[in-house]
Design a protein around this ligand. Structure first.
Ligand code: HEC
Length: 480
């Protein structure tokens, strides 16, 4: 329970600023063109016979020729391999593609700019014409030379090190929490030791007053392979070049729309609140009479829906955060339980609880309540993370790290081990998708899969007990 307020930062939401970034001509610009179609307007491309500039997704070499450059078939069109080995060898004619001599650098530049292959044949419609500055063309060719070889290391990967990033509030009002999170991540990464000869190192960036900007420059600098336990803007896809960076355990509530590179560890808020309603219904002998406090929206709607499923009646739905408006004399009869939805100052309501006698229950998210205030036995708190000390006893054994740091690092480390020696972002994402019933010690067992990027839907309900401290009511559970 001591750690409850730490995950309060889960609900940090970050506004995304409009995307703008000057292209920088660092060594990675060839890879950037190959994987992302360049940053912003760094390069332009058109299809033959058209002057319409192609969007990045149609400029990305990797989009058609695949991330490993081996090509394949797309809608009946043969897409040739463009690894250095394939390009510098002559090709025999086949039913799919005509023969051609080996490419040299000049022939390759002509292929990219004019759409003519090494035999002087005009390409089929599918291959765009690229307008590249000489330095960009040289960087791209340099990247093609190493594409798919052992030297083709994803950003943040060196032979003896993998760097992972986190954007955290290292200054400002939340600095103490941000520093604790940084320390936790550093310790957990160090404790993992070496994986395939590589040590794990944290690159932490201060969110300052522009977390989205901090994330953007961290990713654009190509210094990190993945992000763990990090602040994240609502829509990571809006951050250029971030769409292939694995993100494990973002510090925000589980989103409705989930990007294919983001892995959530905690149960969505709606599921947590439904578990809370299940608990309240189970504790009441007659059909539950419920008051819902909080802004109208998906979470409050989920509470009302779950109440209905459990045969409860919602006697009042209100946005107020004041017990005086919810209890007699303001209403004739007190409800059996009051559920407070995230978005309301639940901590303030709990602080004033002692002034209100009665046997009704007050329920809400644990993260909003300061642990020293959570003493009233009428409280029911829902928790997606194992409290450090469920029964308020031996605090000396409580881990010194924020649970989210422990869990996010555990998932990263397991993913890196399963991925094998060749470190690639796509490989890490695929490896994490193989985690089933994975224990982190602080979260319910996690399960991921292809298209399943929410690791857990379970939460726990706890209540204060005068003699025994905090009591867990029935372990991890998912909504009924
Ligand atoms: C929208 C899909 C698409 C994109 C994007 C694309 N290509 Fe291609 N590319 C093709 C197709 C289709 C062909 C085969 C054309 C043909 O042979 O008639 C091709 C052929 C080539 C060839 C000729 C290979 C050979 O053996 O003759 C090279 C080289 C090449 N692409 C490089 C690139 C590079 C580098 C990029 C990124 C800067 C890129 N392509 C982006 C579809 C694409």
């Amino acid at each position: 329970m001591r750690r409850a307020p730490l995950i309060g930062w889960c609900v940090l939401a970050i506004a995304t600023a409009p995307v703008s970034r000057a292209a920088n001509d660092d060594a990675s610009s060839g890879r950037r063109i190959f994987v992302h179609g360049g940053a912003g307007g760094e390069i332009t491309a058109t299809f033959a016979g058209s002057s319409t500039l192609l969007p990045a997704r149609l400029r990305r070499c990797a989009g058609c020729h695949e991330a490993d450059g081996l090509g394949g078939r797309e809608g009946g069109v043969a897409i040739p391999p463009i690894t250095w080995r394939a390009l510098t060898a002559p090709r025999e004619a086949s039913s799919a593609l005509p023969g051609r001599p080996a490419y040299d650098e000049a022939a390759l530049n002509r292929a990219l700019g004019e759409g003519i292959d090494s035999a002087g044949r005009l390409f089929a419609q599918g291959m765009p014409r690229f307008r590249l500055m000489p330095a960009q063309a040289a960087a791209l060719v340099d990247y093609l030379r190493i594409l798919g070889t052992e030297r083709d290391l994803d950003p943040g990967v060196a032979t003896d090190e993998i760097r992972v990033g986190a954007v955290l509030p290292l200054s400002g009002p939340a600095a103490a929490w941000g520093q604790a999170m940084r320390g936790g991540l550093e310790n957990a990464l160090a404790a993992a030791g070496t994986i395939y000869g590589r040590r794990l190192r944290l690159v932490a960036a201060d969110a300052g007053d522009d977390a989205a900007g901090a994330l953007r420059s961290l990713v654009a600098s190509d210094r990190v392979f993945a992000l763990v336990g990090t602040m994240l803007p609502a829509n990571i896809e809006q951050i250029e070049q971030a769409e292939d960076v694995p993100v494990i355990g973002p510090l925000r509530p589980t989103a409705e729309h989930i990007a294919p590179n983001v892995f959530y560890l905690l149960a969505p808020l709606e599921d947590q609140m439904r578990v809370l309603v299940d608990q309240l219904a189970a504790e009441t002998a007659h059909p539950l009479r419920l008051t819902i406090v909080g802004p109208y929206g998906s979470v409050a709607d989920a509470v009302a829906d779950q109440a209905q499923r459990r045969g409860a009646s919602v006697v009042q739905r209100i946005a107020a955060d004041d017990l005086a408006t919810l209890l007699p004399p303001a209403v004739t009869e007190p409800p059996d339980a009051i559920v407070v939805v995230p978005g309301v100052d639940f901590g303030r309501i709990v602080a004033g609880l002692a002034d209100w006698p009665g046997s009704w229950l007050l329920a809400g998210p644990a993260e909003a309540v300061a642990p020293e205030r959570a003493t009233d036995e009428r409280l029911r708190l829902v928790f997606p993370i194992w409290p450090a000390d469920p029964r308020g006893r031996d605090t000396s054994t409580a881990p010194a790290m924020p649970p989210t740091a422990i869990a996010a690092t555990a998932v990263l480390v397991e993913g890196l081990k399963r991925m094998g020696a060749r470190a690639s972002r796509a490989g890490l994402i695929a490896a994490i998708e193989t985690l089933h019933d994975f224990p982190t010690g602080v979260l319910p067992l996690l399960n991921f899969g292809r298209g399943l990027h929410i690791g857990s839907f379970a939460s726990a309900v706890i209540r204060p007990d005068r003699s025994r401290g905090m009591m867990m009511l029935g372990g991890w559970r998912t909504r009924r």
